[in-house]
Design a protein around this ligand. Sequence first.
Ligand SMILES: Cc1cc2nc3c(=O)[nH]c(=O)nc-3n(C[C@H](O)[C@H](O)[C@H](O)COP(=O)(O)O)c2cc1C
Length: 331
Amino acid sequence: MNTFGTIFRVALFGESHGPAVGVLIDGCPAGLPLETSDFHADLARRRGGAPGTTARREPDAPLLESGLFEGHTTGAPLLIRFANIDVDSRAYEALRGRPRPGHADLVARQKFGGFADPRGSGHHSGRLTVGLVAAGVVAKKLLRPLEVAARLVAVGGSEDIEATVAAAQASGDSVGGLIECRARHVPAGLGEPFFDTAESLLAHALFAIPAIKGVEFGAGFAAARMRGSEHNDPILDVSGASQTNHAGGVLGGITTGNELLFRVAVKPTPSIRLPQRTVDLGSGAPAEISVGGRHDACIALRVPVILEAVTAIVLADLSLLAGRLPRALTP
Ligand SMILES: Cc1cc2nc3c(=O)[nH]c(=O)nc-3n(C[C@H](O)[C@H](O)[C@H](O)COP(=O)(O)O)c2cc1C
């Protein structure tokens, strides 16, 4: 369903063009100082408006509606809500009978019997990631001094990000991207040997971000072309510090204490102006679609802060499970 986590549990709610979107965090430790200004920097990094991103302007003002008293978390569920202000659903009327290739229109219709809200992609919208970023702010604060930082490395296979996005946008097309994420000061020992490995829980949560199509840890897929003598990270001391980090900070499903390192592939935005083949749902006949409205030409531009948030959410949950984070913080 829409909930992730064992102790630090995150549930996303809302639709892109409904009244609001947001996140409900259950299991957040009590005693964390929290105010709306804590959210501003990360929310600004996710917001649209820059070249290559959606023209939709949302203030993204977080409403902290439960779980907070006198500036501290109480240990009760923390509800963070964002009103949708800049809503324009006109472009979606034309799409109702013609599902967009690469988007969730058709599968959502099939799975939910035609009841899914299609406006602005409904619950399948990138807008829902504002709740992830908000939960990430809380998780990052809980995890200090642990630091998570993600950056866009390339778009469309090129490091010239601005020019590549501009060229795709000018031609009515979109472009994908590659993002690298690193977390420092991750303690050794988080994660379990089999199903709840640190890698599998991170991948589970990362693939919840719309448009993520690949995740690799450390050397990742390049490991398949390497020799053991090259891939093995020489161990420098009894703490497990290693000379290289082809493992990406996880061995046997358990964090090693070295930097956590992974990359994700973000696909090109499905909604593009260029004509594409689809089907007319009324007649079943082949049809053509050209998608107007407000869209990101390159989703990857807005994803780094979302990756950081998801990483922090997973690490906060694992830290609580390992007893490294208490259920109530001491003042
Ligand atoms: C921050 C963000 C912004 C997005 N913006 C758009 C957009 O403007 N237009 C679009 O078609 N898809 C956009 N998407 C991607 C779709 O939500 C996603 O491709 C779709 O839900 C199908 O899911 P999938 O790609 O994971 O299979 C965005 C995703 C994110 C994370």
